[in-house]
Structure formats: C-alpha cells, structure tokens
Design a protein. Sequence first.
Length: 202
Amino acid sequence: MIKRFEHLGKLIDDCTVPGEQRADQVAPAHGNGIQLAANRFMTLFATRSFRGCDDDRSIIWQLRRDFSYSLKATGLTKLNEDIVVPRSKLVDLVEFAQKLEQETGIAVACFGHAGDGNIHTNLMVDNYDDPAVKDRARAALDILFTWLLANRGAITGEHGVGLAKKPWIRQALGDTSYATHQALKHALDPKNTLNPGKFLDD
C-alpha cells in the first residue's frame, strides 16, 4: 500500500528546503500506507517554518487536497464521513478513531476542517462489495455516530443526510425534532413528490 502514496510523499519531499531533513528520512519505512502519508504530512510541519505567505498557503492547501487523493489511490472503498464535534472534542475524536480502527480492523483517516470541528473521518474498507464486510463497516459507522451524538457532535456538517446516513437520522435528531421535520414535510409536500425516499421517509 505504501507505493500507492508515492505521489503524496514526493509532493511533501519537494516542499523541503536545503538544510531541512527530508520527510522520507523521518517517516517509517514500513507500516500502513495511510499512516505513512499522515507521518509525512506532519513531518513537513515539524521541519518547515511557514511564514504565512501565499506560497506557504498554497503548499498547505495542496497537501490537504493530495491527502484526500492519496486515500482514494489506495484502491480501498473510502467511506468519507463529514462528521462534526465541538472543537474542544477534536483530540477525543481522533483518539476514538484510533480505537475504532484497532477494534474493527478498518483503517481510519481523519483530516480537514479542524477550525470548525468538521473533521472528515474516512473509513477505508477493503473488499467492500462483500456483504459481510459491508455489514462490518456499517457496524463501525454505527459505533462512530453513536459516540458523536453522545459527545455533542453531529453526523453531518457539510454534505447532508441523503441516503447514506438515513438509518441514523432519527437517532441524530431525536423523536421530537424528527416529528417536526416530518410534519413540515407533509404540510408542504402532501403527495410526497419532492425527493421521495430520502431521509424524512419512514
């Protein structure tokens, strides 16, 4: 899997300047490819002094984009959850994600939007077409969402509910809020012609 992260590693290596230690001299030469990408990302920040100029901002944004591309390049199915927690809970979320990975055997990568607490938490699933694997991934999501709601978080902060998170919407809203949403839906769309089958349907 490490080779699938070569383009991210090269990008980070190219960001070093003379006299700095290269990322590939610090990052481990073995292990999970997702962890390697994360280590190289953090190594850049440990070895480079950012001055806040436009060039530095461009480097950071490109790293952020390429981290996402690198996850896709693994060939694993990327379950990208745009979950949200209070900023005071960010460390707790990352620690919980590490625990979830250990308990389920599903690789988890967290990144992005830390300023507003909207951390993309990606479950990287191998053989996702296998029904048993899909059930295991869904169970992992259930554990993640349950933890989020217990810690004043939300199951979506950017992309909405749609179909993917429909099984958890009643739990996320609570019975009163869910009933209110349904009442408004029925009042404005009594024939159910607007977005049928989406999150407000039983």
